[in-house]
Each structure stands twice: as structure tokens, then as C-alpha cells.
Design a binder for this molecule. Structure first.
Ligand code: GLC
Ligand code: CA
Length: 483
């Protein structure tokens, strides 16, 4: 931050993240679902890619109606992955290998089974009556928002943040208009905020290195267009981190660095696949995708969206650049492995912090036919088991195939780590080489261009690109695609 007292953790300058969906990464006890021990066993592999940080999707106690984004107990690891002690051991082993670990913080809502919520639904006022957003009459809904009535003795209805199983926590309203709407500085709204800080302290004090923050923009209700209320809450949380855990990192699921970074104080903000934004034009715009051999080849569709974001983030934070995530269709098979090599070369060397989604390093393919699992719907095809080897279940698990959390890719040519290891032409070894290059060249780290020269419009981008690669981005694309 620019106020002189807060500092962005230095380790982010050279950080390359790897996102792990714990359900499907590596199963060590044969129950068909991934676990902490499996992640720990694969840490040397992750390090060998050149990744030095992890983001693990929610791994807390949950009824799993939204794959763990419906948290029932923030302070308890989900038994299917292991115990709290196993998770702490995973932090320790990761740290021994020079890998930091971000957990997933879900601050906007809990599971409908969270004890806070069950208490808040009681008729008699209690400590948790103000923890969620309830109206004051069983027949009155929350205008303009999804809500539920008729489930609890309390005389009111409650607001949802996402699915029906995810009631919205109460951080207050920017401009309360009704008696049932709390102010942001009301005791009950502040109590929610302090409770979430305590959740963060709990895991940071046990070795976590920070959090990916789910739906970070969703906290204050009735917020204005600038999200002034929600940003004020995050600045306060950031101040706590600066005082107590200055090395901890926060990355927002927000995709609006003007708000998340410049105003809210996040260290990083994801540039997500949204509609037809600039990121979308690179990998997922069908026949027009920039990185398709037969695409249109107009990088300005990306740059006109990316550059203002980059400028907004630059003074105090970084754009987090993803190959994919658990909510987004994998780019393969829409792009071929050769096209992906070029796309990754771009994403892994742009100014920003890269996040590789597990399996993208081998070109795992989106699986269109799989049945929805734990609220995944169309996202489920992106969440199938990691493909390690040629063995049963592609090395993911020893369980019978019908007991797996999700089926593995059944294609005879399904990519695996085993097949690609040691083959310099493979996507896997290309990713390794790219990350080795990134780590070996200080001018490829996150602050590369801001240190070197201006990067304010498409012309300077092209100039810098030419300096670095000896040709324009368009020529680079054509040359490499036709090679
Ligand atoms: C975020 C998560 C998504 C989840 C939703 C509700 O968008 O990435 O997986 O379903 O929030 O928590
Ligand atoms: Ca298991």
C-alpha cells in the first residue's frame, strides 16, 4: 500500500501459484476422494514445475452442497481430507520445500448448517441473531435479493448470497433504510467482521500463508457502484494483517482491481473469465480466440481491457493471471496442446502473478459429459481427477472406478504426467521450461515492466514485446503457430 506503513509481501514478486481442487488431486487411502496426504505426497512434483505457492479450494467441514463453499465449521478441516493436524503438517512440508499455502476464505456466507446460522433462526434473541441478514416479518422478503422464508421459528426471512444453502452473513448495509437493516458499524455487523478476522488468525497462526477470498465484493449490502462499504471492510481487515501477519497474502475473487486492490487493499485480484472481457478473447472465444492458430490475431481485444486493469493494480498490487479455475471450462480441447504452449508462454510472462490450475500443465481436457457433483453443474467437467500415470484411475486413486468422486478422463490418449515427463516437446516440460526461465530472469518477475519502462498503452506494450522477443505479438503468434 502507498501509505508507507503497509507493505506487499516480498515473496509475491516471484510467486507462481498452483490451484488444487482437493477432492480430485490425489487419493492416498483408497476412498475415491483426494486428501491432504495426497497433496503432501505431490509437493515435490509441484515444486518441480516451478510453482512455489498453492491455493487449495475450501477444505473445511461442510455438507458439500457447493463443493465446500458452504462452510459449516471454519475452524475444522473436512474429515474426508484429514484432520487439522494433517493440514498443519501439509503447511510444514510445503514450507520445507519453499512452497507457500493459501487457503480459501468464504467470508460472505456460511452453510445453512453452520451453528451460527442455526442459532440465528431461533425465535428468542441471542448472540447470533444479528450474524445474518434477516427481515423482521415472516411475510417480508429482502427486496431485489434471493431470500428464504418458512424454515425457522424466527419471525422473518433470510437473505441468500449464492445457492439456497448459503445464507448471507451480516456486514451491514451502506445506507440502512429499514429497521431490520444493520449499519456497517453496528455491533452485530462489527461482530461478524471480527469473527472473520478470528477465522483468519486461526489458520495464519497455524502456518497458512494467506487466503484466496471467495466473492470478496459481496460483503456490505446495498453497496454503491464503487463498493465503498465493502472496500472499507477490506481495508480494515488488511490493516489487521499488516499489524499481525505482514507476510500473509490476500487474493480477491473480484476481477476489478480499481476496487479490490486500489480501494480494498487486496494484494492481488484475479483477472477472471467473464462474458466477453479481454481475458476471454485469449483462450475461450471459440474460433476467434487469439491463441487459436486460425483465430483473428487481434491482441488489442485483450490489451484494451487488460492495460487499464494493470495500471489500476500497479501502484499497490498485482493482477492474478489464471490458466483456468474450478469455475471455468478448461481451455483444452478448445485449444490444442501446441496452441496452449504459446498461450502459457504469454500468461506466464505477463506482468502479474500466475496461477496454474491443476492438470492444465498437461493439458487436461474439459469433460462435457460428467453428471453434476456437489453443486458443480457445468463446472463439474473442469473438476475431474488429476491424471498422473497410465495405471488404474490414471494414478489418482486405488478405489474401484465407480467409487471415485468423479470419473477420470476415459479417452485412450488422455494426457498424463507420466507420459509427458522427460519429453521436451510436451506441454508439461514446456511449462517447466517457461517457469525456469521466469525464475531465472528478474525482468520476468511480477514487477518486470513497471521497473523497466512505461506500459500504458498498446504501443508501449508492442514496443516492450519487441524488445523482449524481437518481433511484434502478432508476428510472434504467427511464427510460433506455424512452426
Ligand atoms: C465463488 C466460487 C464458486 C462458489 C461461489 C459461492 O464464485 O469460486 O465455486 O460456488 O463463489 O461460494
Ligand atoms: Ca482419500
Amino acid at each position: 500500500m502507498s501509505n508507507g506503513t503497509s507493505v506487499t509481501p516480498a515473496w509475491l514478486k516471484d510467486a507462481v501459484f498452483y490451484e488444487i481442487y482437493p477432492q480430485t488431486y490425489c487419493d492416498t487411502n483408497g476412498d475415491g476422494i483426494g486428501d491432504f496426504a495426497g497433496i503432501a505426497a505431490r509437493l515435490p512434483y509441484i515444486r518441480s514445475l516451478g510453482c512455489n505457492a498453492l491455493w487449495i479450494n475450501p477444505c473445511f467441514d461442510s455438507p458439500f452442497k457447493d463443493a465446500g463453499y458452504d462452510v459449516r465449521d471454519y475452524l475444522r478441516a473436512a474429515p474426508r481430507y484429514g484432520t487439522n493436524d494433517d493440514l498443519v503438517r501439509l503447511f510444514e512440508e510445503a514450507h520445507r520445500l519453499g512452497i507457500r499455502v493459501l487457503l480459501d476464505l468464504v467470508p460472505g456466507h456460511t452453510s445453512e448448517e453452520h451453528p451460527w446460522f442455526l442459532k440465528s433462526g431461533e425465535a428468542a434473541p441471542n448472540e447470533y441473531s444479528g450474524r445474518y441478514i434477516w427481515t423482521d416479518d415472516w411475510f417480508r422478503g429482502v427486496p431485489g435479493a434471493p431470500y428464504v422464508g418458512g424454515e425457522f421459528p424466527r419471525n422473518g426471512t433470510y437473505m441468500l448470497n449464492f445457492f439456497k444453502c448459503q445464507p448471507a452473513l451480516n456486514y451491514g448495509w451502506l445506507h440502512p433504510k429499514e429497521a431490520w437493516q444493520s449499519a456497517m458499524d453496528s455491533p452485530e455487523a462489527l461482530a461478524t467482521r471480527e469473527a472473520m478476522k478470528d477465522v483468519m488468525r486461526f489458520w495464519l497462526s497455524r502456518g497458512a500463508d494467506g487466503f484466496r477470498v471467495d466473492m470478496a465484493a459481496s460483503l456490505v449490502k446495498g453497496d454503491d457502484e464503487l463498493k465503498s462499504g465493502t472496500c472499507a471492510v477490506w481495508r480494515d481487515i488488511r490493516a489487521m494483517l499488516d499489524r499481525e501477519y505482514p507476510d500473509a497474502a490476500l487474493v480477491a475473487e473480484w476481477s476489478c482491481p480499481w476496487q479490490a486492490i486500489a480501494s480494498g487493499g487486496f494484494h492481488m485480484d484475479f483477472y477472471l473469465e467473464h462474458g466477453d472481457n479481454g481475458y476471454h478473447t485469449l483462450l475461450r472465444d471459440g474460433a476467434r480466440s487469439f491463441f487459436r492458430r486460425d483465430g483473428e490475431g487481434d491482441i488489442r481485444r485483450f490489451l484494451s481491457d487488460f492495460l487499464p486493469r494493470y495500471e489500476a493494480a500497479r501502484p499497490t498490487g498485482y493482477i492474478a493471471l489464471i490458466t483456468c479455475n474450478h469455475d471455468t471450462p478448461r481451455a483444452c480441447p478448445d485449444l490444442t496442446p501446441d496452441e496452449l504452449k504459446l498461450a502459457y508462454a504469454f500468461l506466464l510472462t505477463l506482468p502479474g502473478v500466475p496461477f496454474i490450475y491443476y492438470g492444465d500443465e498437461i493439458g487436461m481436457r474439459y469433460q462435457p459429459g460428467v453428471a453434476t457433483k456437489e453443486g458443480g453443474y457445468t463446472r463439474t467437467g473442469t473438476r475431474t481427477p488429476m491424471q498422473w500415470s497410465e495405471g488404474p484411475n490414471l494414478g489418482f486413486s486405488d478405489a474401484a472406478p465407480d467409487r471415485l468422486y468423479l470419473p477420470v478422463d476415459s479417452a485412450p490418449d488422455a494426457p498424463t504426467v507420466e507420459k509427458q515427463t522427460g519429453d521436451p516437446a510436451s506441454l508439461l516440460e514446456t511449462v517447466r521450461a517457461l517457469l525456469a526461465l521466469r525464475h531465472s530472469q528478474p525482468d520476468l518477475n511480477v514487477e518486470q515492466v513497471s521497473q523497466a519502462s512505461g506500459f500504458t498503452n498498446a504501443d508501449t506494450f508492442t514496443r516492450n514485446f519487441r524488445t523482449k522477443y524481437g518481433m511484434t505479438p502478432t508476428t510472434y503468434k504467427q511464427t510460433n503457430n506455424n512452426a
